[in-house]
Write a protein that binds this ligand. Structure first.
Ligand code: G3P
Length: 217
């Protein structure tokens, strides 16, 4: 499973990238707002740092506007994936932009039928939002499994990009189901390294080592 980082924070992206944990980056208007940066400026910086796809989201609500904004965002760098919402207009924009050979990430997906339409419209990535479904007591992971089954039934090349990932368990479950990509906040990726028994075991080793009075260096 590829790891995308769901942030526009350059320092966080750099730290994870240095560890080889970043196959791509996803941003959205909320993350751009949180960064306090200019969208084109910060996206260009991210694209220079990361070789993989960097999603930049359009904000127009009509297809024509999305297409124009998508073309503008794509000028930032070769690795831009244009993000459009899963609306009827978003699907129209997806069809046109993907037909021009651009990467398109169709976002705000909450049903298998929406994912099926995005694949038909030529999406490079479909972004089903797990956490926001879980928030409503609807099993977000079931949606990932449904989309996996449908895409596999018909060999759709659209990649399942599990989004709205909130926990390390979400990462594990998405990987078990076979999501192609998961995009997660840096804190969730770091949390995957934590285990209470690792901490406990390390405490014990340190206590015993102190008793030996030895040094390695
Ligand atoms: O990739 C979409 C993601 O940013 C949404 O996450 O936590 O705001 O639902 P969240």
């Amino acid at each position: 499973m590829k790891f995308f980082v769901d942030t526009a924070d350059i320092d966080d992206i750099r730290e994870l990238n240095d560890l080889g944990m970043v196959d791509g980056v996803t941003t959205n208007p909320s993350l751009i707002m949180k960064s306090g940066r200019d969208i084109k400026e910060v996206t260009a910086e991210i694209c220079a740092l990361i070789a993989g796809p960097v999603s930049a989201e359009t904000v127009a609500l009509d297809a024509e506007g999305m297409i124009a904004e998508g073309r503008e965002l794509a000028k930032i760098a070769e690795n831009i994936a244009i993000k459009v919402p899963l609306t009827w207009d978003g699907l129209k924009a997806c069809k046109v932009l993907s037909g021009e050979g651009r990467m398109v990430n169709v976002t705000l997906c909450f049903s298998a039928n929406q994912a099926l339409l995005a694949a038909k419209a030529g999406a490079t990535f479909i972004s089903p939002f797990i956490g926001r479904l879980d928030d409503l007591n609807i099993d977000g992971m079931e949606l990932i499994a449904d989309i996996r089954a449908i895409y596999d039934n018909y060999d759709f090349p659209t990649e399942i990009l599990a989004a709205s990932i909130r926990t390390a368990n979400h990462m594990k479950d998405a990987a078990l189901i076979g999501a192609d990509v998961a995009t997660a906040p840096p804190a969730v990726i770091k949390a995957m390294a934590s285990h209470v028994l690792t901490d406990k075991g390390l405490d014990q080793f340190m206590a015993d080592w102190a008793k030996t009075g030895q040094k390695i260096l």
